[in-house]
Design a protein around this ligand. Structure first.
Ligand SMILES: NC(=O)c1ccc[n+]([C@@H]2O[C@H](COP(=O)([O-])OP(=O)(O)OC[C@H]3O[C@@H](n4cnc5c(N)ncnc54)[C@H](OP(=O)(O)O)[C@@H]3O)[C@@H](O)[C@H]2O)c1
Length: 226
């Protein structure tokens, strides 16, 4: 299977690439700056099936160049992982931050989907995996983090829309919450390791059934209400 993983130079994206390549998958990994992605580049030199590409999901031109330069052939699974957390603390309602975070987490994901759709349509996997957050659940909201929560609510709706619009073509689209994970975004106090989180999420992705399309699950398989 051929996977595309965005935001793969560190954190959850990097661990996706490690686990996927270790089981022999073909992986196209992206980084905003491939020249500053030492772990990813080192992994690519070990002979696994991994190529590293430049991609800024917030930038139309960058997405267009990425899609054009990607080596030919279908893509089976798209993992939309790239994301930003927004300013923590400070002014809670910051319109500039809201738009910046939305542009990466929500519009950025859809930019990549749109650019890769022809290749995904040609693939056998037909899976689109969006890294969301429980913080984007309206049903379980607890307050604060406006920019991040708004962006993930929009991403969740995008997941539902893609599931509806592409269901007839055999696609399965899912929103996955990775847990609170030890990454730069999650911080060192997080209880879940990247290894655990990605192992759990890959189990869900591998076994993704048509009836799970358009729904949100955490890395342990618990369904999260919208
Ligand atoms: N960690 C958690 O506890 C947690 C919980 C819930 C959801 N999530 C979600 O999981 C995903 C990965 O999070 P993480 O914890 O691994 O975060 P992270 O450690 O901060 O890594 C984020 C990744 O996204 C990339 N990125 C940021 N802006 C980008 C852009 N405009 N274009 C392309 N790539 C961009 C970063 O690249 P640079 O290095 O260039 O900045 C980095 O590779 C995110 O969608 C996040 O919202 C994480």
């Amino acid at each position: 299977m051929r996977f595309v993983v965005t935001g793969a130079n560190r954190g959850i994206g990097l661990e996706f690439v490690k686990q996927l390549t270790s089981r022999g998958e073909d992986v196209e990994a992206t980084a905003r700056d491939p020249d500053d992605a030492p772990e990813l580049q080192a992994l690519a030199r070990t002979g696994v099936r991994l190529r590293v590409h430049r991609l800024d999901v917030a930038d139309d031109a960058s997405v267009a160049v990425f899609a054009e330069k990607l080596p030919p052939g279908p893509v089976d699974v798209l993992v939309n992982n790239a994301g930003v957390s927004g300013v923590k603390g400070g002014e809670p309602i910051d319109p500039t931050d809201i738009l910046r975070v939305f542009n990466v987490n929500a519009a950025g994901t859809l930019r990549v989907v749109r650019a890769l759709l022809p290749r995904l349509r040609a693939g056998r996997g037909k899976k689109i995996v969006n890294l969301t957050s429980q913080l984007g659940s309206i049903a379980e909201v607890s307050g604060g983090r406006y920019a991040y929560r708004l962006s993930k609510v929009a991403l969740n709706m995008a997941t539902r829309l893609l599931a509806e619009d592409l269901r007839g073509e055999g696609f399965r689209t899912v929103a996955l919450h990775p847990g609170w994970v030890q990454t730069r975004m999650g911080g060192s106090a997080a209880p879940v390791s990247p290894e655990q989180s990605i192992r759990g999420m890959l189990r869900i992705v591998d076994g993704l059934a048509a009836e799970q399309s358009g729904r949100m699950f955490d890395f342990q398989g618990r369904e999260i209400p919208w």
